[in-house]
Each structure stands twice: as C-alpha cells, then as structure tokens.
Design a protein around this ligand. Structure first.
Ligand SMILES: Nc1ncnc2c1ncn2[C@@H]1O[C@H](COP(=O)(O)OP(=O)(O)OP(=O)(O)O)[C@@H](O)[C@H]1O
Ligand SMILES: [Mg+2]
Length: 144
C-alpha cells in the first residue's frame, strides 16, 4: 500500500516530552480525518509506548526516542516508537497483562492497553539493542 505522508521525530526520553510526542503524532494522523474516538485510541497507544521509553529504556543514561509515523492511502496509520535502551529479555512475558519490572509503582498494563486500542501491535526488542513498538490503527474516519 502506498505511503501518502511520513514524519520522523527524535526527542530526548524525558517525561516532560511525553505530551509533545502524543500531540505531534495525533496532529499528524488527523490528516486521515479520524473520529474523536479513533484519534484518542492513537493518542493512548502512543502515550503508553513513549512512557515506556521514558520509564524503562534508559535507567542509567540519557537517551532518545525515535518516532516514525506513516499514513497510507487506504487509511492505515502506522507509528513506530523506538529506543536504543536496555531492551526486553522476554517480550512475550512483558506483553502479558500485569507483568511489570517496576515493582509496585506500575500496573504492568501498558502493552495490554496498546494492544486493545490499536488494530495490530508489533514489539521487537533485544537486550542491549533497544525496543521498537509498532502501532497500526486503521482510520475509518468520519465521512468514509
Ligand atoms: N522501551 C522499553 N525498554 C525496556 N523495557 C521495557 C520497555 N517497554 C516495556 N518494557 C518492559 O516491559 C514491561 C511491561 O511493560 P508495560 O508497559 O506493559 O507495563 P509497565 O510499564 O511496567 O506498567 P504501566 O505501563 O502499566 O505503567 C515493563 O515493566 C518493562 O520491564
Ligand atoms: Mg508501561
């Protein structure tokens, strides 16, 4: 399927930047004329993925978040949120509801939320290499 528009964003993995990432991606996806609900789904998924980069990826050093968003002619939006942080040892386990390595501070529901608010979620990760999360959301839109 043909890519009709693409954007890339590289930003420091700081909690102060979470809102910017969420709004930047949402504004870009708005071109597909989503309903408010569709746009909120994208915002929620992006927010969870970006928060994971901020909270988990770089425990010892400063690092970046790499975001690519692509829009397709058939109304698909595909957003990849990547870091070059510590990575995840067991992705299957990490994706299970309530799994967290953050002790009592977190609920371990981020991946479950991303999964339920998107059409497809792909997670690639390797310890020492980083993590890449791709969120696909089909925008049926208002007038379609
Ligand atoms: N970008 C990342 N880098 C390294 N580890 C990650 C990353 N994203 C997720 N993880 C690992 O996967 C686990 C599950 O992530 P998930 O988002 O589902 O839950 P959480 O972040 O622990 O809690 P919540 O999202 O509910 O606040 C995390 O606890 C962490 O160990
Ligand atoms: Mg999380």
């Amino acid at each position: 399927m043909q890519v009709i528009n693409e954007m890339k964003l590289v930003i420091d993995a700081l909690s102060v930047n979470e809102g910017y990432c969420r709004v930047a991606v949402a504004t870009f996806v708005s071109q597909l004329d989503p309903t408010i609900e569709e746009l909120n789904d994208v915002k929620t998924s992006v927010s969870e993925a970006v928060t994971n980069c901020i909270v988990h990826a770089y425990p010892k050093k400063r690092g970046k978040i790499y975001i690519t968003a692509r829009l397709y002619a058939d109304g698909l939006s595909r957003v990849t949120i990547k870091d070059r942080g510590i990575g995840i040892e067991d992705v299957k386990k990490a994706r299970e509801p309530l799994f967290t390595t953050a002790g009592g501070e977190r609920s371990g529901l981020g991946f479950s939320v991303m999964e339920s608010f998107s059409d497809k979620l792909t997670v690639r990760s390797k310890p020492g290499w980083g993590t890449s999360v791709t969120i696909e959301k089909r925008i049926a839109g208002k007038g379609k």
